[in-house]
Design a protein around this ligand. Structure first.
Ligand SMILES: Cc1cc2nc3c(=O)[nH]c(=O)nc-3n(C[C@H](O)[C@H](O)[C@H](O)COP(=O)(O)OP(=O)(O)OC[C@H]3O[C@@H](n4cnc5c(N)ncnc54)[C@H](O)[C@@H]3O)c2cc1C
Length: 393
């Protein structure tokens, strides 16, 4: 570990392995995944073979020892070449966190080993047609009948819809009780009454599925309730505090990947008798891109270390800051990379065009960046900081 690189030797070895997989196997597939817009099962198989999912789970469940920091590093490295592939890891964590944080021993034993090996993919189902940012306005209901809950309603924009085997679903057990009427359930795709609807065509991350799921008298064992009835909203927010940095990592990977590509291009493309990297306006852009990536990484890795140290004080704020900053940087830097490449940047043959399209979603999902700003401001207003001008007129 050094000040420049906060990773231990073992962590650097894992990063190098992921980097090699990304360079040798995923980079050559990325354009095709984007073009075909088909879920890349071959990438999932590659992750299974190399035990990449294990980075997110404790050894007792078949993982290599859960590390939030290494999960972020993995998502970053993969997203440098393919944001869809990075998202596979990010959503496995998003869909697993409810079970890790609120699951009982039986639930953990049933689900985590299959998620750790990658045999099963996971999903997180909060958003509905009428409730995105305002998630408490959800309408899906869950009614207890004997030793089952019967779910009715539907979710929209669910990543991994149709490819996940297990969904953490939020539904109202007491529709009159607002936030405290929401409960969380583990729903398997094989349960009767569970259906996958339309898969949305979209601007970027095209290989990832984003779709509707429906519950038509879907019967879920009561044993699959996460925590207690009414704890769902709190569980959803605890999950997001720990999963949002994953989207930050996807954004950072995109930004660094675009910077690296633009740098190489600017070295060799010549105009007016010299490489464009030697024109000061281009050099300045490259310097700003690199600086933003480095600043984003500092913030992101700090949150990863904080989660690994189990520090929850200030986590909501820092996690929202990391998601906000890394993903705004992703949009700025990928747009600049397109500019550095000039007309070639706009052409599909060059990856920065895809990176710019992929970057946009990182500012939207897992809470839009407007919502991240609201979270940060809310946390700031709660703080009791020393005011240095107190008493000064
Ligand atoms: C590709 C993709 C994948 C997704 N994956 C998942 C998933 O796996 N699971 C899941 O549950 N959801 C998922 N989502 C949903 C995503 O999290 C929501 O789309 C997002 O939270 C925004 O909700 P909305 O689309 O309803 O927008 P709205 O909430 O309608 O917001 C519209 C606009 O208003 C702004 N806004 C809203 N409220 C406020 C406010 N109070 N103050 C200031 N501005 C405000 C928003 O920032 C936004 O700009 C996914 C979405 C997409 C597109």
């Amino acid at each position: 570990m050094s000040i420049v690189d906060p990773l231990s030797e073992e962590q650097r070895e894992i990063r190098d392995l992921v980097r090699t997989i990304a360079r040798e196997h995923i980079a050559p597939r990325a354009a095709e995944i984007d073009k075909s817009a088909e879920f890349p099962w071959d990438v999932v198989e590659l992750f299974r073979e190399n035990e990449l999912f294990g980075i997110m789970y404790d050894e007792e469940y078949g993982g290599i020892g859960a590390s939030a920091l290494m999960t972020l590093v993995t998502i970053e490295e993969l997203s440098k070449v393919c944001a869809t592939s990075g998202l596979i890891v990010a959503v496995q964590e998003l869909g697993s966190l409810g079970i890790k944080l609120a699951g009982n021993a039986e639930q953990k034993q049933r689900y985590l080993p299959k998620l750790a090996s990658g045999e099963w993919l996971a999903a997180y189902a909060l958003t509905e047609p009428g409730s995105g940012s305002d998630s408490a306005a959800m309408r899906t209901t869950a009614v207890r009948e004997g030793d089952e809950y019967v779910l009715n309603g539907g979710k929209r924009f669910i990543t991994n819809a149709g490819v996940a085997s297990v969904y953490v679903v939020f539904a109202k057990t007491d529709p009159e009780a607002g936030h405290s009427g929401i409960s969380a359930f583990i729903v398997e795709s094989e349960y009767p009454g569970f259906e996958v609807g339309r898969i949305e065509p979209k601007m970027g991350i095209k290989g990832s599925t984003t779709g509707e799921i429906f519950f038509n008298d879907c019967r879920v064992p009561a044993a699959n309730l996460l925590g207690e009835e009414g704890e769902g909203f709190r569980i959803a927010m605890r999950i997001l505090d720990r999963s949002r940095p994953g989207i930050g990592a996807q954004g950072l990977g995109l930004a660094q990947g675009a910077t690296d590509y633009a740098l190489e291009y600017a070295r060799s493309r010549e105009t007016m008798g010299r490489p464009i990297a030697q024109h000061q306006l281009i050099a300045g852009m490259l310097a700003d891109m690199e600086t933003k990536c480095e600043a984003a990484r500092g913030l992101l890795y700090k949150v990863g270390a904080m989660i690994d140290a189990d520090e929850s004080d200030g986590l909501s704020k820092l996690s929202a800051m990391a998601k906000l900053y890394c993903t705004d940087v992703a949009m700025e830097v990928t747009t600049d990379a397109v500019q550095v490449l000039g007309g070639y940047g706009y052409i599909q043959e060059y990856p920065v065009e895809r990176m710019m399209r992929d970057a946009k979603i990182t500012q939207i999902y897992e809470g839009t960046n407007q919502i991240q700003r609201l979270v940060i401001a809310r946390e700031m207003l709660k703080e009791n900081r020393a005011f240095l001008y107190a008493g000064v007129a």
